[in-house]
Design a protein around this ligand. Structure first.
Ligand SMILES: Cc1cc2nc3c(=O)[nH]c(=O)nc-3n(C[C@H](O)[C@H](O)[C@H](O)COP(=O)(O)O)c2cc1C
Length: 180
């Protein structure tokens, strides 16, 4: 069974709807190890050894986060900066070459506000990092129109939850069908 590492990076997880719904559902799967980075490292002091161990124990690394200003939240960037070290992620003794990585993201804007190919372009730093480290790269799974606001009506809340559920179903299909 594919061993999955779900790295959750949400600066305000408590108030998340999309990423929290997705994380809770994925945590139910026996082969998914969830690491909630903002929870583990509120001070941004990443335990590099623990993160590297979790990576070595996984086959498929899923980066789960909301798109913030067309980018990843800072805790995930900090994770890359600290964990993807020389001798571990690249260079002599690189250890991630048989792994696969994929971003699983939520975006507040509707899909039609993203020009064709835009999400793939936003992901280029993840893709280039994967290629640099000789990690297999899967194109991102993105769900759009996922947001919450104080004045949100019931129909809009229901639509967000339906999108999150559709995202969960797609993620489970990817995990189940992916062959290494
Ligand atoms: C600081 C900030 C920046 C954001 N930037 C974007 C953006 O660039 N594109 C977009 O589609 N949504 C953007 N959003 C909306 C978030 O992507 C959306 O709130 C999130 O995906 C909802 O997931 P959640 O329920 O897990 O919080 C932004 C939200 C915040 C708070």
């Amino acid at each position: 069974m594919t061993k999955v590492l779900l790295l959750v990076a949400h600066p305000d997880y408590e108030n998340s709807v999309g990423n929290k719904t997705i994380t809770i559902a994925l945590a139910e799967l026996p082969n998914v190890n969830v690491r909630n980075l903002a929870d583990l490292y509120p001070d941004f002091k990443i335990d590099v050894a623990a993160e590297q161990k979790a990576l070595l124990e996984s086959d498929l690394i899923i980066l789960q986060y909301p798109i913030y200003w067309y980018n990843m939240p800072p805790i995930l960037k900090q994770w890359f900066d600290k964990v993807f070290a020389y001798g571990f992620a690249f260079g002599d003794g690189a250890k991630l070459t048989n792994k696969t990585i994929m971003a699983s993201v939520t975006a507040g804007s509707p899909e039609n506000s993203y020009p064709e190919g835009e999400m793939k372009r936003i992901m280029l730093p993840v893709k280039a990092s994967a290629e640099f480290c000789k990690i297999n790269y899967l194109e991102p799974l993105a769900s759009y129109g996922i947001y919450s606001s104080p004045n949100q009506d019931e129909a809009s809340k229901a639509s967000v939850l339906a999108s999150a559920q559709a995202h969960i179903n797609k993620l489970i299909t990817i995990i189940t069908n992916y062959k290494f």
